[in-house]
Ligand binder design. Sequence first.
Ligand code: PLP
Length: 412
Amino acid sequence: VATNREQCVELDRRDRLAAAREGFCLPDGIVYLDGNSLGPPPRTVAARLQDLVGREWGQDLIGSWNLHGWIDAPVRIGDKIAQLIGGVPGTVLACDSTSVNLFKLLGAALSLRTDRAVLLSERTNFPTDLYVAEGIARLLGGGRRLELVDWDEIEAAIDGDTAVVLLTHVNYRTGAMYDLAAITARAHAAGALTVWDLAHSAGAMPIDVASAGVDFAVGCGYKYLNGGPGAPAFLYVAPAHQATAHQPLQGWFGHAAPFAFETSYRPAAGIAQFLCGTAPILAMAALECGIDCALDYDLSAVREKSQNLIDLFVERLDARCGAHGLGLVTPRERDKRGSQLCLSHSEGYPVIQALVERGVIGDFRAPDIMRFGFAPLYVRYVDVWDAVEALASILDTRAWDHPRYRRRAAVT
Ligand SMILES: Cc1ncc(COP(=O)(O)O)c(C=O)c1O
């Protein structure tokens, strides 16, 4: 807890994770609080891509699929991600986008619950999750439907007609976090399966999908895994379901013998059946650099620091911005929130633009949410101090009240 900037500098000096920041390229003078949306480039990524293009692709050409292990990349990188989310080897793949993986896994889960009609989710879940669920319900027909309830109604809504509970562990607009193990247990008690979206938690905290009994999970590669814009995502399938679930995107990479070129589909054994087409090798290499950064550090220490950073941010807000009508959307309790802090403000969009112009990067989610992400591998205590000082100054002087801050860009 710090009451002046020097104390924040001291907290950074004593921080066990301080050295991790050296592993990333960040511009001087920028306070980057948007790693929950797009992580910065790992320092290793440019040289890795150069080598991949020049030597592997450039010199060894197509032979690199065998020679440099390109063919194994989804499983190899998946096994690294498994270490971050508590899965055993052979349960995770790095592949496709989160949306596409959701489609595959919802299809797989529904193939195991053909006698139940309901895909259950919560109203403020990330839209792509809801859209994909709606789409697969329509495609399958037979009375399948997506049912939505409020955040805190989910456990009560699970019943004997629930096929799949589809939830995001940490909510993108509020930063609130579900109890992964408790809800999974509640779903199982009712005979339902779970599909968890770990987009806002993988790489930011310890997760143990195996001991929580999670059935299926997906997550993003470009947020806390620092895999680059549009990085491949990941999917997790519990060992118990790998022999019985059927995923609907039957592509040749999920076939038992892709290079036998058989006329009809036979799924591969194990996790490989959840592949579809050819992996984007350049993007996979960048993703692997990002994951390697995360693997170097203890996720309990990462979690502890993210909560300290958020606590400091909230304290400084209380001290400096109390008069400005900011609403604290994220829970104050550490065990009920992820690694981001969300504030509501009627002028949230121009306030964020004014902050960005001053080098403090957060983002905005309609209609009125300002989001600040705390990725402990590179965010410092002093960054929190400087961010709140900048926010206080913008609010005190109404600097946000200028037409140039109101122009909406395509990405907010
Ligand atoms: C919870 C959640 N799921 C999924 C996505 C995005 O999915 P995709 O990578 O398919 O665009 C996001 C993007 O921010 C997200 O927050």
